[in-house]
Design a protein around this ligand. Structure first.
Ligand SMILES: [Zn+2]
Length: 620
């Protein structure tokens, strides 16, 4: 996922214009971004066409690709990084982590939410800090209230003229100071107001002692679902945000980060990285400074931020690196597949990809038919999970929940247990899949394993005929289903919904299909045994899965051959004109080729691709 982060340190009595003039301390800031995904442009009315005359000084980072964005006639503060937003000023730094799932919904724009909340938050802080007060009344920051107002203004700004949906976490650190009440002449000391809602983080380090001073507590509804502000979320700043006051010292480093850094670097690694980067900076590395380099001053925070993001990126892109998220995931029993699920955003991306693969290779379509066993319905109830919402999040599409007769009977069998009435009522809302294991024939309901295997693979030929997704808590059921081709498997582990990686048989099949495509790409024709084609044929009327009819496949091939999806097929058009250009045989070649194709089609599943390729080479 994205990993914006900002690093701040403070310098005393730094004379600067702006809202912090009267404050005795200021942040020295730097920030670094790493977005896996290019941010989407903001929708109107927030986006104005780019101005050629000058650029927004707060939005010129090359990765943000921001054009000039406005709200209420004011330039939107901060930077966008994927769906996230970051902001740095000399009195406030923040990182809001927009929830990426919104990007798949119409009218969803988490990046807008994360940025607007941060923008309004920063404005509220400045406005209150600068307010003229009666003599003797000191300014006392109230960050949660600022965030509440920012939240309300964001709701308003995203409601009209268009409605834009999204959610975001919010984390920020405002720098202020304190004075001992007993001694009016005592010097002020810096005091940090850290506000958090969700799972982004603020860390405070003391590089001098290589020590972690403070860390925000992550707030979760359940694993992988942080508290968040926005559409349909019950969380609000006033109710749920937490604020801590942290006494800090000059030269402490304050980091505001989204999970991109925290998921990939352990605390000790973050500390090590910050400390060593500051040392490097002090010794003259990391680029030119604007002055004294001690403790990372004079522009060193930018270098520190860059180094930290670089370190996190190394871990994030290394499929074998261990990371805090991975450790957490192992604890949670998540299935591991390389680095692809090392981060929340990545896992969701991984699931999307998985479902795309199931779609391409096995013809899965929304709404996905999900067969639920009794136990997963009970488990969801135990964790107060909305099962259907969880399934839609995991499968990233609409679902049609289904339950078999036998599973229903499993629930009835437990109807005396507390809370079961509600569970049964819930289960009744799901579509009943008639498994035909009638009570007359089966006084006892079949086991989940027996019932589901007869429903999913009725002929026992290892085929998921009706393209079911199986959501089962039983390991034995999932084990069995892994042997059936193309069955997406879902279960709940400690309140986390997990989709298994493609099972060996399924993945192998997919690979074979890829290899086939590869060959076809070389050939310019399509192999006859590919599942993709089977699917196309299925769609054309659910007939002849093996493609025995010669007419229809031929047609498909003619059309598909030249613009095959495989990059290697790019080679093909090059060859063709050459061949055609040879002049003497322009007619003979296509004829011959067509002969290969039709023969392939006739022989059905057998692979003619290799022979044909050989012949083709001979031709050249
Ligand atoms: Zn049954």
């Amino acid at each position: 996922m994205e990993m914006p982060r900002t690093a701040g340190s403070r310098r005393k009595d730094y004379n600067k214009t702006g809202p912090t003039e009267s404050l005795p301390f200021r942040f020295e800031t730097g920030l670094a971004l790493y977005a896996k995904r290019t941010p989407r442009p903001f929708p109107p009315p927030f986006l104005s066409p780019p101005s050629g005359s000058f650029s927004d000084p707060l939005s010129t980072h090359h990765m943000s690709r921001d054009r000039r964005t406005f709200v209420n006639g004011e330039l939107i503060r901060g930077l966008t990084n994927g769906d996230d937003a970051v902001y740095v000023s000399d009195m406030f730094i923040g990182a809001n982590d927009g929830v990426g799932a919104w990007s798949t919904r119409p009218g969803g724009h988490a990046g807008l939410w994360s940025r607007l909340i941060l923008h309004f938050w920063a404005l509220e802080i400045e406005a209150d800090a600068q307010r003229i007060r009666p003599a003797g009344q000191r300014y006392e920051p109230n960050p949660i209230e600022y965030l509440q107002k920012a939240y309300e203004q964001t709701i308003e700004a995203t409601s009209k003229p268009n409605k834009w949906q999204g959610t975001t976490t919010a984390t920020g650190a405002q720098l202020h100071y304190q004075k001992a009440d007993s001694d009016p002449n005592a010097p002020a000391t810096p005091l940090l107001y850290v506000t958090n809602l969700g799972d982004s983080q603020v860390l405070v380090l003391r590089p001098h002692d290589s020590e972690l001073i403070y860390k925000t507590k992550e707030q979760w509804h359940w694993f992988d679902c942080p508290r968040q502000l926005g559409t349909n979320s019950p969380d609000t700043p006033r109710k749920n945000a937490v604020m801590d006051k942290v006494s800090i010292k000059e030269n402490d480093v304050v980091l505001a980060m989204s999970d991109g850094v925290i998921d990939n670097l352990w605390e000790h690694e973050i500390i090590e990285c910050v400390v060593s980067s500051i040392r490097k900076w002090e010794s003259g590395e990391g680029g030119p400074s604007t002055g004294d380099r001690t403790g990372g001053a004079g522009g060193g925070m930018k270098f520190v931020a860059d180094e930290l993001v670089r370190a996190a990126k190394v871990i994030a892109t290394d499929p074998f690196a261990e990371s805090p998220f991975m450790e957490h995931a192992v604890e949670e029993g998540l299935a591991m597949e390389g680095a692809h699920i090392t981060m929340r955003g990545k896992r969701s991306k991984q699931y999307r990809k998985l479902m795309q693969q199931y779609g391409l290779s096995f013809g899965f379509r929304e709404p996905y038919q999900v067969i639920l066993d009794a136990e997963i319905i009970r488990t969801a109830d135990r964790f107060k999970m909305d099962l259907v919402a969880g399934l839609e999040r995991t499968l990233q599409g609409q679902v049609k929940p289904m339950i078999t007769q036998c599973s229903m009977r499993h629930l009835y069998a437990a109807s005396k247990e507390p809370g079961m009435a509600a569970v049964i009522d819930q289960a009744k809302t799901y579509e009943r899949r008639r498994c035909n294991h009638l009570p007359e024939d089966y006084p006892e309901p079949l086991s989940t394993k027996e019932c589901l295997s007869s429903v999913v693979d009725p002929k026992g030929n290892k085929t998921n005929k009706h393209r079911y997704v199986v959501a089962s808590q039983e390991l034995e059921v999932r084990k069995l289903m892994r042997g059936v081709m193309g069955v997406p498997l879902v279960y709940i582990n400690r309140s986390v919904m997990i989709m298994e990686p493609m099972a060996g048989a399924t993945a192998e099949n997919r690979e074979r299909e890829e290899r086939q495509k590869f060959r076809d790409g070389l050939k310019g024709g399509r192999g006859s045994g590919s599942l993709k084609r089977k699917r196309e044929e299925d769609e054309a009327g659910e007939k002849g899965a093996e493609g025995e009819t010669t007419g229809e496949p031929k047609k498909t091939k003619k059309r598909k051959g030249p613009k095959g999806p495989n990059p290697l097929s790019v080679k093909k058009p090059k060859k063709r004109p050459e061949q055609a250009g040879e002049g003497s045989e322009p007619n003979a070649k296509p004829k011959r080729r067509r002969k290969h194709k039709s023969s392939a089609a006739k022989t059905g599943v057998s692979t003619d691709a290799t022979d044909a390729a050989g012949e083709d080479d001979g031709d050249d």
